[in-house]
Design a binder for this molecule. Structure first.
Ligand SMILES: NC(=O)C1=CN([C@@H]2O[C@H](COP(=O)(O)OP(=O)(O)OC[C@H]3O[C@@H](n4cnc5c(N)ncnc54)[C@H](OP(=O)(O)O)[C@@H]3O)[C@@H](O)[C@H]2O)C=CC1
Ligand SMILES: CC1=C(/C=C/C(C)=C/C=C/C(C)=C/C=O)C(C)(C)CCC1
Length: 306
């Protein structure tokens, strides 16, 4: 792809990019792509909470880019680790911050433990808030910068059995939309990237109850049936329609490279018809009905029936 020049930078300087959650998936892929840029236009701070997991990224790069890549420890739930990372980078001027770290939680709402919900919000919402807080003052004083946040299609439309996860990503959307308004005079662009299903470690790391497991005890049989049916859909969608990391990277690269990136961009059209329905019918009932019918076959009751 053609890369427009970053207008605020002197031509010979590298664009510095800090990415959270680079031990796997989208973060790893983005860090590797930028660090391996043939024109060496980027200096990448690839951060992860456990630096022992940095081997995968280094292996991917085959030790090719010591001058364009630096690994840093950063746990978005730990203010001390954030402060230390910010201190290490600030001397260098940060052009682009990518808040990518995130975790998933799936299952009937009744099975989501207090601890699992708190952890999810601590990473997905408060982690993004803390990370932005750590790097925003320097961007503001330079009156330049870019913030890219990994949202999700689940950040703009509700998905069955993902209520708490979607709540965390809806919150991220509200956070960023509100912040973007204030950042306009500071010349700081904020972009939310909404991916759909992507083949990463996300699914494997996702907390979700086994439909036959003990967490289901006490849950009504109808919800158990709907959950089993949803898991079946998910499995086939991940098998047939999930994207590869390489397919979603151009959306992040555009947000980094384009002179005036949008507030929101999506990596997939998978849920576009339902999304359009949601927009065209703002009271929400048409969306809820259509999603229900799509996933559960239109049965209002007796969820486990064909
Ligand atoms: N894959 C998908 O289908 C989709 C993913 N997304 C979003 O994309 C983003 C990246 O996920 P993806 O690459 O798919 O999944 P991965 O599980 O592969 O990557 C998630 C990354 O977040 C890191 N992470 C988790 N908790 C913390 C923490 N406390 N501090 C710092 N890093 C942390 C993980 O590190 P560790 O190895 O230490 O756990 C890992 O590096 C997430 O925000 C996710 O919500 C959005 C739409 C779809
Ligand atoms: C496409 C599609 C479905 C599946 C969506 C999935 C599986 C989304 C996964 C999203 C993830 C993993 C987001 C992470 O942020 C449904 C709802 C079954 C039915 C409607 C069409």
């Amino acid at each position: 792809m053609a890369w427009p020049c970053w207008p605020a930078l002197p031509a010979m300087e590298r664009t510095t990019v800090l990415i959270t959650g680079c031990s796997s998936g989208i973060g790893l892929g983005l860090a590797a792509r930028l660090a391996a840029d043939s024109a060496r236009r980027f200096k990448v701070y690839a951060t992860m909470r456990d630096l022992a997991k940095g081997e995968r990224l280094l292996e991917r790069l085959g030790g090719r880019c010591p001058d364009t890549l630096e690994l840093l420890q950063l746990d978005v739930t730990d203010p001390c680790s954030l402060a230390a990372a910010a201190q290490q980078v600030q001397g260098q001027r940060l052009d682009v911050l990518v808040c990518n770290a995130g975790v998933g939680l799936m299952g009937p709402l009744e099975t989501c433990s207090d601890q699992a919900m708190k952890t999810l919000f601590d990473v997905n919402l408060f982690g993004a808030v803390r990370t932005i807080q750590a790097f925003l003052p320097a961007m503001k004083s330079r009156r330049a910068g870019r913030i890219i946040v990994s949202s999700s299609i689940g950040g703009v439309q509700g998905l069955p059995f993902n209520a708490v996860y979607c709540a965390s990503k809806f919150a991220v959307e509200g956070l960023c939309e509100s912040l973007a308004i204030v950042l306009r005079p500071f010349n700081i662009h904020l972009t939310l990237v909404q991916c759909g299903p992507v083949h990463t470690s996300f699914q494997a790391n996702l907390q979700r109850p086994d439909p036959e497991g003990s967490e289901m005890r006490g849950l009504d049989a109808e919800t158990q049936g709907l959950y089993r049916r949803y898991l079946g859909h998910c499995q086939s969608i991940f098998r047939d329609a999930a994207q590869e990391v390489e397919e979603v990277l151009p959306v992040f690269l555009d947000a980094i490279g384009s002179p005036c990136p949008p507030l929101r961009c999506a990596s997939t059209q998978l849920l576009a018809p339902l999304w359009r329905l949601r927009l065209s019918s703002p009271d929400g009932s048409a969306y809820v009905r259509a999603m229900h019918d799509f996933v559960f076959g239109g049965s209002e009751a007796g969820g486990d029936q064909p």
